[in-house]
Design a protein around this ligand. Structure first.
Ligand SMILES: *Cc1c(COP(=O)(O)O)cnc(C)c1O
Length: 473
């Protein structure tokens, strides 16, 4: 197309100023403030100019598109995108129970209520309400952790990564931390054990080999500069075949023998009520067992298998925990009142016989016939919407978040097809919808796994699909 034709087409586009005065734009960007509206309008116009140039749109084409109101529709879309950003509730139909991208463990509604209450009001945090004296913010949580894990004492920080950092910085500084080569893991989000050690101010002393490490390897590495004996759970991967690792019991014994502190980073943190082990099938080491092994401290996450809010919990020997508390770094890593309230409520639930009501546990323990029943009901509702075809098929859900990476849970999924949209387009429409829905795509099919639907989610999911079914193309 000739340059002058292109210029003529571009000149048809309204200016930013004109659009800012447009009542339609004002309506769709209500409450946004001038600068944000101007940015959205400018961005949309830029995209249109590019489209006109690249697509070789002539004046007629631009005029037609403007007459159809497509520019205003794009601004409206941009405004909707702006409103829909940030942390918000979504429907998780992926079947991954602890989905890191979707916020890991959803807490029980009553736990959420306790958290909301702590957030919106003043609360008893660092004062004893009966004596009126100052106390520690995690005194109550510490007691609950002792009861739940059998440890002498407990302390809480922001997440398990922070727990590891605190332990390394407390015991490893000015010396070496001994760790098996088979456990030099990356946990995700660039949290790599060797890098964390460096930042924590301890020197990594690797021992053994990738597939086999014995306690003798640790023992021969102990010297005058050793600060800490460490074991890390290889959460998100498994070394199989000709393997051998050091048990926490052996590590604890070596610690006593050499008067060195021993620590076990458990990560996933399987914590069950005493004598009840329905999640044993996950093959994860339990926090209680790790404590029983005699290591000085055990670190685990609050929002993995425990099913509480994000936190890093450290339990173990009384003097070890007190030493951690005295590290000035603890002040920078400690938990806020909202998470503390949520953890207390989650652990109380675990301890008073209501463990099975903790949502992430309940989802993992959902009987296959119940999932099948829910899948059939969901498929029937989706099938009844115009444009959708749904069928039920056997598949597998996952615990997620690096917990039990090779364990799959029998499930039934709803395989959904849309008359016009490809699986990817449907998935992206569902993510952008209200409420946003996250599904699983497998072999170009969109799968909805009812296992991870919480109370009321099935209805919200059908509503979201119905909005897509009825949407004009
Ligand atoms: C997940 C994990 C962590 C990190 O826990 P966050 O709570 O996400 O910080 C640390 N160590 C291990 C072994 C883990 O599995």
């Amino acid at each position: 197309m000739a340059q002058n034709e292109l210029q003529a087409a571009l000149r048809l586009l309204p200016s930013v100023e004109v659009l800012l005065r447009d009542p339609g734009v004002a309506e769709s960007t209500r409450g946004f403030g001038h600068d944000l509206v101007a940015r959205l309008v400018r961005g949309t116009l830029d995209a249109w100019r590019t489209r006109v140039r690249r697509g070789g749109w002539d004046a007629d084409r631009v005029e037609g598109a403007l007459a159809e109101g497509l520019l205003l529709r794009d601004i409206e879309e941009a405004a909707r995108g702006e409103r829909g950003r940030g942390v918000r509730s979504v429907v998780n139909a992926t079947g991954i129970v602890l989905h890191t991208g979707l916020g890991r463990a959803p807490v029980h509604p009553e736990v959420a209520e306790r958290m909301a209450e702590a957030a919106r009001s003043y609360c008893v945090l660092e004062v004893d309400r009966f004596s009126g004296l100052r106390n520690q913010r995690d005194d109550r949580l510490g007691e609950l952790l002792v009861r739940a894990t059998g440890a002498e004492r407990g302390i809480a920080v922001n997440n398990c990564a922070a727990a590891v950092l605190l332990v390394l910085n407390t015991f490893g500084t000015q010396g070496e931390t001994i760790l098996s080569r088979g456990e030099l893991v990356e946990i995700g989000g660039s949290f790599r054990m060797p890098d964390v050690m460096e930042r924590a101010g301890t020197q990594l002393r690797e021992v053994g080999t990738t597939n086999r490490t014995r306690i003798g390897d640790y023992r021969s590495a102990v010297g005058p500069t050793t600060g800490l004996l460490l074991k890390v759970h290889t959460s998100n991967y498994r070394v199989r075949g000709f393997t051998e690792d050091v048990s926490p019991t052996e590590l604890a014994e070596l610690g006593r023998e050499t008067s060195l502190p021993s620590a076990y980073d458990l990560g996933s943190g399987l914590l069950e009520p005493e004598g009840v082990r329905p999640l044993d099938f996950l093959g994860e080491s339990s926090v209680r067992d790790a404590v029983k092994s005699g290591v000085d401290c055990v670190m685990f996450s609050g929002d993995k298998l425990l099913g509480g809010p994000q936190a890093g919990l450290i339990v173990g020997k009384g003097d070890t925990i007190e030493t951690l508390r005295k590290n000035p770094m603890y002040r920078a890593l400690r938990l806020d009142k909202v998470s503390l309230a949520g953890l207390e409520a989650t652990l109380e639930r675990m301890l008073d016989g209501r463990a099975e009501s903790i949502p992430s546990r309940a989802l993992m323990l959902l009987p296959p016939e119940e999932v099948l029943h829910r899948a059939r009901a969901l498929a029937a509702e989706l099938d009844a919407l115009g444009g959708f075809q749904a069928e039920v098929r056997a598949d597998a859900s996952q615990p997620g978040s690096g917990s039990a990476p090779d364990v799959f849970l029998d499930t039934h999924v709803v395989v959904v097809r849309h008359a016009e949209l490809s699986s990817d387009a449907l998935a992206s429409a569902l993510r952008a919808g209200d409420p946003p829905v996250f599904a699983r795509i497998h072999e170009d099919r969109l799968l909805l796994d009812p296992r991870t639907l919480l109370e009321g989610d099935a209805g919200r999911l059908v509503e979201a699909c119905s909005a897509i079914a009825g949407a004009p193309e």
